[in-house]
Write a protein that binds this ligand. Structure first.
Ligand code: SF4
Length: 160
C-alpha cells in the first residue's frame, strides 16, 4: 500500500472555523487527499479515532485550562511535527481577548473561570509546546495551509 502522511486534527478553545474551512476544502480535495493522507485522528471525519504516532498534528485553538494543556502535551509527544492552525492557536487571539478585560469586567467573569477551572490568561500553543509551523489567519489562510501541507507531504516523501 502506498505510504500516506499520518495526520491528526485537534481543536481547543476556539470557534472551530478553520476546521470548517478544512472540511470545505475537502469538497475540492478529498479524493486527492484520501490517497495522500492517513487521517489517524480527525473527529470531523470519523467517529473512531486513535491517538498514536503522527507525522503531523494540526492544532486549532488556544489553551485555557490544565486539561487542555495536558492534552496538547500528549499530542506533541505523539507527533513528529506540530502545526498551529489559525490565529487563536498562533497568537491566542481572539480567543484570548478576556486576557485584556478591565478589572471591573474580570471580576464578573471570575466565577465562570473558577467553575470551569479555566486559566486567568488564555495561551497560544507555543507557550505550552514547541510549534513547528504556523498557519495564521482568522480563520486560517487557505493557501498558506496548502503550502504547509505540501511541505510535509514532500518532507515525508509522499509526493515529490
Ligand atoms: S482564529 Fe478565528 S476562526 Fe480560528 S478559531 Fe480563532 S476565532 Fe475562530
Amino acid at each position: 500500500m502506498a505510504k500516506k502522511l499520518r495526520i491528526g486534527w485537534f481543536t481547543f478553545t476556539c470557534c472551530e472555523d478553520s476546521s470548517i474551512m478544512f472540511l470545505e476544502m475537502m469538497n475540492k480535495s478529498y479524493f486527492q487527499w484520501k490517497e495522500l493522507l492517513d487521517f489517524r485522528y480527525c473527529k470531523m471525519l470519523k467517529s473512531k479515532n486513535v491517538l498514536d504516532q503522527l507525522d503531523v498534528a494540526f492544532v486549532e485553538g488556544a489553551i485555557s485550562s490544565d486539561r487542555e494543556k495536558e492534552r496538547l502535551i500528549l499530542i506533541r509527544s505523539k507527533a513528529k511535527y506540530l502545526v498551529a492552525i489559525g490565529s487563536c492557536a498562533c497568537t491566542g487571539y481572539p480567543s484570548a481577548q478576556r486576557n485584556d478585560f478591565p478589572e471591573n469586567i474580570k471580576v464578573k467573569i471570575e466565577p465562570f473561570l473558577k467553575k470551569w477551572n479555566l486559566y486567568e490568561k488564555v495561551l497560544p500553543l507555543d507557550k505550552v509546546v514547541k510549534v513547528d509551523d504556523k498557519v495564521d489567519g482568522c480563520p486560517m489562510v487557505e493557501p498558506v495551509f496548502v503550502k504547509v501541507l505540501d511541505k510535509y507531504l514532500k518532507e515525508f516523501k509522499i509526493i515529490s
